[in-house]
Design a protein around this ligand. Sequence first.
Ligand SMILES: [Zn+2]
Length: 173
Amino acid sequence: VSAVVERGERARQVAGSVVDPELPMLTLEDLGVLGDVEVMGDRVVVWITPTYTGCPAVATMRADLRLALTAAGFADVDVRTRLSPPWSSDLITERGRALLAAHGIAPPGRVDAEPGRGTGPVDVVLGAPVRAAACPRCGSVRTREISRFGPTACTSMHVCASCAEPFEKVKER
Ligand SMILES: [Zn+2]
């Protein structure tokens, strides 16, 4: 039994170490894209929930997962996508958020914490708009969005009024 458990853990570890093609500082696990990893004998089924439907990165993720697991000794690798429940930026781990910030990319705000979402009482928010991104370089919230689309589908471009630096931000979703 323990060999089976170990093999399952090994598959999970290998799949969890594969990086996102668009945000390579994050693993698929950090990004919350990696779902269940099921080992049945020589066969591994890896479930992923892409950040965006029809995301061109999915083909790359699939190939990278297959390659990594094959190299780790799993002969038969099947990568499947699960679209429901959909991916949310809230699934990005704390480690993932810290890594984004360390690479100059503002992490997304919490979708669940925004007014009008969830079941709690609606908050009254005064001052800065909820989605004002904090500058990853100087921490200022005096920033504005300059483009809805950054270099990748899941990021937007912002500029900081305090340090004048442009930066990318992972969009809430
Ligand atoms: Zn700044």
